[in-house]
Write a protein that binds this ligand. Structure first.
Ligand code: SAM
Length: 262
């Protein structure tokens, strides 16, 4: 998996000679993430060489013939724990692939919560290695030695870090320059300015468009922009008032919210 799983239309020259962002994944099931990344925005960005990916399967770094990657927890109890030796070997292989330097990021429910600002910081990193846990988690000795920081995708527990890694990768890659078809989209999406996105309507045919808010069909871009801003303000005030506290609001925004009793 460690070499075969690399998929990118980018030239296969030495990674340190290639300036495009490189993301690697260490996991029991890296194929899960490879598959997820092949579709939509992330897949197109890969095909266009905007980022590179390599999945490292922990079993390739197991030290016994049975390819064991987990052991019983010290002190007893249920479940299994990912062993340090395969994790260390896989980390070393990932570092080599990155040309020596990479940020090692563990996916774990006890990590810092992923948000748009974090995704944006990660998207500026040239080399990132995501590590997905399984079972009860990972051996603390490896965590202490190798992990730079830890990310949670929310206050719930899923069965493995692969899907969490796919979420992080998607959030990062869509922010890479040129990844989105319309370069404006990432700037106007939810959370980009601490506001939720406005409601969207798909144009169909004249009859189907009849119940779309008339401002959106009027062609006056200043009015459309104002309508969208106001809808964002309304939605954020009603659904996520905590975000509104941090948003940069104009006097017109404040007046609008006051007029609407918010
Ligand atoms: N025993 C761990 C605990 O209570 O925190 C949960 C382990 S979970 C079943 C297995 C793996 O899934 C974790 O090591 C982590 O990589 C991943 N995982 C589960 N929930 C996650 C979350 N909210 N954010 C990021 N990763 C998560």
């Amino acid at each position: 998996m460690n070499t075969a799983a690399e998929f990118s239309a980018a030239p296969t020259s030495a990674p340190d000679a290639n300036p495009i962002p490189a993301i690697s994944l260490i996991a029991a099931f890296p194929e899960l993430v490879e598959q997820a990344c092949r579709f939509g925005v992330t897949g197109r960005a890969l095909d266009r060489g905007l980022w590179r990916f390599n999945g490292f399967s922990l079993r390739d770094f197991a030290t016994d013939a049975r390819k064991t990657i987990d052991g019983r927890p010290a002190g007893g109890g249920s479940g299994m724990v990912l062993m340090p030796a395969p994790l260390r070997q896989a980390t070393q292989a990932a570092r080599l692939w990155h040309g020596g330097e990479t940020k090692v990021i563990l996916l774990s429910p006890d990590g810092d919560r992923l948000d748009q600002a974090m995704a944006s910081r990660l998207a500026r990193e040239p080399n990132v290695t995501l590590v997905a846990g399984r079972y009860e988690g990972l051996d603390q000795r490896w965590i202490d030695e190798c992990v730079d920081f830890t990310i949670s995708i929310g206050d719930y527990v899923i069965s493995g870090g692969e899907l969490a890694a796919a979420v992080v990768i998607d959030a990062m890659v869509r922010l890479l320059p040129g990844a989105l078809g319309d370069s404006e989209s990432a700037l106007t999406e939810s959370f980009s300015a601490e506001l939720l996105d406005w409601p969207q309507y798909a144009l169909t045919n004249a009859a189907g468009n009849a119940d779309i808010p008339s401002t959106l069909l009027g062609g006056n871009h200043a009015l459309i922009d104002r309508w969208r801003r106001e809808q964002s303000l309304l939605k954020t005030a009603r659904r996520r008032p905590d975000l509104l506290q941090k948003a940069k609001l104009t006097q017109a925004d404040r007046d609008f919210l006051t007029k609407n009793g918010l």
